[in-house]
Write a protein that binds this ligand. Structure first.
Ligand SMILES: Nc1ncnc2c1ncn2[C@@H]1O[C@@H]2COP(=O)(O)O[C@H]2[C@H]1O
Length: 899
């Protein structure tokens, strides 16, 4: 049996810190087949350089430990000709570098080419496996199998057979072309290295037989020899050429002499069969490389890619066919001159380069480039071994190999790095190993890896602390807060925050479940297609009011009144116009206005809070933020961002039933069923937006966008609407703060730094968009007091109606404290500002620089505190208070007068 440490084994042996599987190959036969095309002849030279055959006893003994599923089989001559055994690194380490004894023949049987037993001397001089930096190939000398196709027995056929015997060639005999083809293709008898065909017989079409043989599966490495009459050589060379053209490799002159034919065959064996076997072995090597975890690319000396393995295909997102022959430079963003200059001087290169990928962002990879000289003394090929550059980026040491674990860290460390070691059963091991070989890495995995490396080199106290940190990081819901600071004596806030942050059905006590009642009755609303689209005449007082459409103290309730509860259409038309959305979407104003009418008609006018005035208010806040971002010339939002933000905010609560998601879950509402109790309302708002918009060309504001643009716009709008779901409030806030900070004092720095703080532009853009719509959605506590109080009254009323309803139906009560008889609205606002609004608005102001948000919020907060002290709790109390606020006309006071 022949065995060869692979290219990867030898590479990783040099660096001794890799955990890849080792490769060993043998040229035995077996069952399966796995074919790969050889790429070009230069790679054969490379294979010569990097393959080695050995009869290493160690490996033979250890082979028993190797699992069956780690054997890769490759066909060369119709059958499996090479088995590569992927051996776990632990075993590999024990065998790498173990040279065979110097007098060993390293995998060579006794020469089969000797004419007499006395001549049976070594064909090759003894070569040490590790003479050079990399193992050399001793050309494999296979046990040759030949198919002899002679139609009759005569002196020549007899001489051929005897010559084969002399050379220890295993013979299969056929006397007709049909039986020859059958034998050649037979799984049992096939796999011939050599076919010798009698080309002397006039009745046999030797050319068509050659063609059939050549087109048989698994014949690409078979040497075909035709025995011809001497006269063929004497006449002209056209007959010879035609034979070569159909696939014969060689024509030899008939001879009855064994010595002459033996000599011919011996030359054929040397010059044709053995090189073919090298190529077949190389193919097996490619197959093995395709299976290993390492990322390997092979180039020629001019850095043109000759080969890349499956893992490289995965990482670069490209198929081998797309890269072979192309310069490596096409895929490298960074300067590769150092790599080239070092490897040209036969020196290894070790560094980090940025690689472009087909669709994904560029990736930083740690590159080890090994120059190989296959012809002469200068570099002919480079072997690149690539690794995600995580550990190198931070100058951290490489992932440690089996080091003695330190106390409790053991399991974590092993869990993080040596997947194979944590799995006890084979199946799990296989799937985990597969998983680890995928080009997928979550950022959190990377973080855990880095922390584990840090742990290796710190004190046990620090290591224990890191243990705890990693425990937290491994948990799900990293950004889902546990309520911890709400005072127990603050039941209203607890109720409100609990309800806002909790998803799905409530577990609170229920007296009685109602039967099949559902608050939403589908089909009761007017369908968009039947909605008429009247031409809207903008009354003068409305247009005057809309002149202030971008003021933070815009009179939204006045607009509600003037438009008879249709503020969205008027304000929306104005805001779309101001942000030039019509041009952005290449769509006329009428379509947009019709869209606004339909969307507005699907807001429930009976809801006290979640009606179209709320939608208009959110849209107005969004417009103010967009304006501010545009004024500051930060170029954060492009036209599509602006348009989609306005559309998302206008539609973000469409068809809101005036009940919370928890209520819908508790009442087994059809929407809760449809969305599996997850993000029920927001999913419904987003889906309804698109259902309505696409259902009628007259209102389809997307109709002139091309498909890609539409998909982009759609994904942004959906993402923004879903971001208004409060259960993920802290997650969105925490992510935003982690990127942009929350230091209002340093807002200039934050803003200036912004362009530099972009590890991934699109991710951050998404954080901004989400934060923008969230801060619009709950902007009411940051508006002038009279608006803030009115919104508080409206939401409280809506909550009370829900509680009334729950009580009436005997359902679980989602917010028991929001009972109209007992609730303190002031307290609920204090809690809402403290727990939900304050941090968010501070962070948002820090980013967008709108201090009035925080100033109004702080003022409103102090007012709510005051109201609470004054015992202003119920709706009636609030209404009375509103009167006095309106009389004092606080909303028109300058902010500094308020403070
Ligand atoms: N002033 C407020 N007081 C209490 N809760 C509010 C207030 N404003 C908004 N909310 C809640 O915050 C939620 C934000 O998402 P929704 O619009 O779905 O529903 C909103 C209300 O439940």
């Amino acid at each position: 049996m022949g065995c060869s440490p692979s290219i990867l084994s030898s590479l990783s042996n040099n660096h001794n810190n890799r955990k890849d599987s080792g490769l060993y190959c043998s040229n035995n036969s077996d069952t399966n087949s796995n074919k790969i095309d050889a790429h070009n002849e230069t790679n054969t030279a490379l294979a010569n350089q990097i393959l080695v055959q050995s009869s290493n006893k160690d490996v033979l003994e250890k082979k028993d430990c190797v699992k069956k599923d780690s054997i890769v089989s490759v066909s060369g001559f119709g059958h499996i000709t090479h088995n590569f055994t992927i051996i776990p690194s632990s075993i590999r380490r024990a065998t790498i570098g173990t040279s065979a004894p110097s007098n060993s023949r390293l995998g060579h049987r006794k020469s089969s080419l000797a004419l007499t037993p006395e001549e049976d001397c070594p064909v090759e001089p003894t070569i040490k496996l590790h003479d050079g930096k990399y193992p050399y190939l001793i050309p494999p000398n296979p046990s040759v199998r030949a198919l002899i196709v002679f139609y009759k027995d005569d002196q020549v056929s007899d001489a051929v057979l005897r010559s084969c015997e002399r050379l220890n060639i295993e013979i299969t005999r056929a006397k007709s072309t049909d039986s020859a083809l059958e034998l050649f293709q037979s799984p049992l008898n096939g796999g011939h290295h050599l076919v010798i065909v009698d080309g002397r017989c006039k009745n046999t079409d030797v050319e068509s037989f050659g063609r059939s043989l050549r087109s048989s599966k698994g014949s690409q490495y078979t040497i075909m020899v035709c025995v011809v009459k001497k006269s063929v050589f004497e006449k002209d060379d056209t007959s010879i050429l035609s034979l070569l053209d159909v696939g014969y490799n060689r024509c030899i002159i008939e001879s009855p002499h064994v010595s002459i034919l033996s000599s011919e065959l011996r030359q054929i064996q040397h010059s044709l069969i053995r090189p073919q076997n090298v190529i077949a072995t190389q193919q097996a090597l490619y197959a093995a490389l395709h299976r290993v975890k390492d990322t390997v690319i092979i180039t020629d000396d001019a850095l043109r890619i000759q080969y890349m393995n499956k893992q490289a295909e995965r990482i670069l997102g490209m198929k081998i066919d797309e890269v072979v022959g192309r310069p490596l430079h096409d895929f490298i963003n960074s300067d590769a001159s150092v790599l080239l200059s070092q490897t040209n001087r036969l020196r290894e290169f070790d560094g980090t380069l940025s690689f472009t990928r087909k669709v994904q962002d560029p990736i930083l990879l740690h590159v080890r480039a090994y120059p190989v000289a296959c012809l002469g003394k200068s570099t002919t090929h480079l072997i690149l071994s690539l690794q995600a550059s995580g550990s190198h980026e931070m100058g951290l040491p490489s992932i440690p190999q089996a080091k003695e674990p330190r106390g409790s860290l053991h399991s974590i460390r092993r869990g993080s790095f040596d997947i194979r070691s944590i799995a006890s059963d084979g199946l799990r091991r296989t799937s985990l190993a597969k998983l680890s070989s995928l080009p997928l890495e979550a950022p959190i995995t990377k973080v855990l890896s880095l922390l584990t490396q840090v742990q290796e080199n710190c004190s046990s106290d620090e290591a224990r602390l890191l243990d705890r940190v990693m425990d937290f990081l491994k948990r799900e819901g990293l950004y889902s807060p546990q309520i911890k600071e709400i005072r127990p004596e603050d039941p209203v806030a607890t109720d409100l925050i609990g309800a806002l942050l909790t998803q799905g059905p409530t577990n609170v006590v229920s007296s009685r479940r109602s039967s099949n009642e559902s608050i939403i009755r589908s089909g009761s609303r007017q369908s968009s297609t039947s909605a008429s689209v009247p031409k809207i005449k903008m009354p003068t007082h409305v247009s005057e009011l809309l002149e202030c459409a971008l003021d933070w103290d815009f009179e939204i309730f006045r607009l509600e009144e003037l438009t008879e509860k249709h503020p969205l259409v008027y304000l929306g038309t104005e805001l779309f116009r101001r942000f030039d959305v019509y041009n952005t979407f290449n769509c006329d104003e009428t379509t947009f206005r019709s869209w606004l009418i339909v969307i507005e008609s699907h807001y429930h006018i009976v809801n006290t809070y979640h009606n179209s005035t709320h939608a208009a208010d959110v849209m107005q806040a969004t417009a103010c933020y967009l304006q501010q971002l545009a004024n500051r010339d930060l170029k954060i939002m492009d036209r599509l961002d602006e348009a989609t933000a306005l559309i998302a905010s206008a539609a973000h609560d469409v068809d809101h039933p005036g009940r919370s998601s928890a209520y819908l879950c508790n009442s087994d509402n059809q929407l809760a069923i449809l969305y599996n109790d997850v993000c029920v309302l927001e999913s419904h708002h987003a889906a309804t937006t698109f259902r309505l918009t696409l259902s009628d060309e007259k209102i389809n504001i997307f109709k002139n966008l091309d498909r890609d643009m539409y998909k982009l716009a759609r994904s942004i709008i959906i993402d923004m609407i879903l971001a208004t779901e409060m259960t993920r409030h802290f997650e969105h806030l925490a992510k935003f703060v982690s990127v942009f900070g929350n230091d209002a004092e340093n807002k200039d720095i934050v803003i200036k730094k912004y362009p530099l703080k972009l590890p991934n532009d699109e991710d951050n853009q998404m954080l901004i968009r989400r934060m923008l719509i969230k801060c619009s959605d709950v902007s009411n506590p940051t508006r002038p007091l009279k608006f803030c109080v009115e919104w508080a009254r409206r939401i409280a009323e809506e909550y009370f109606i829900q509680t009334d309803d729950e009580k009436r139906k005997g359902m679980p009560i989602v917010m028991p404290m929001f009972d109209r008889a007992t609730c303190s609205i002031s307290k609920s606002q204090i809690g809402f500002i403290e727990f939900i609004i304050q941090d968010m608005m501070n962070a948002w102001d820090g980013f967008i620089d709108m201090p009035e948000l925080v100033q109004y919020m702080q003022y409103n907060y102090t007012q709510w505190k005051l109201f609470e002290e004054q015992g202003i709790n119920t709706l009636n109390d609030i209404k009375r208070k509103q009167m006095s606020i309106t009389n004092a006309n606080l909303s028109s006071m300058k902010l500094d007068e308020m403070m």
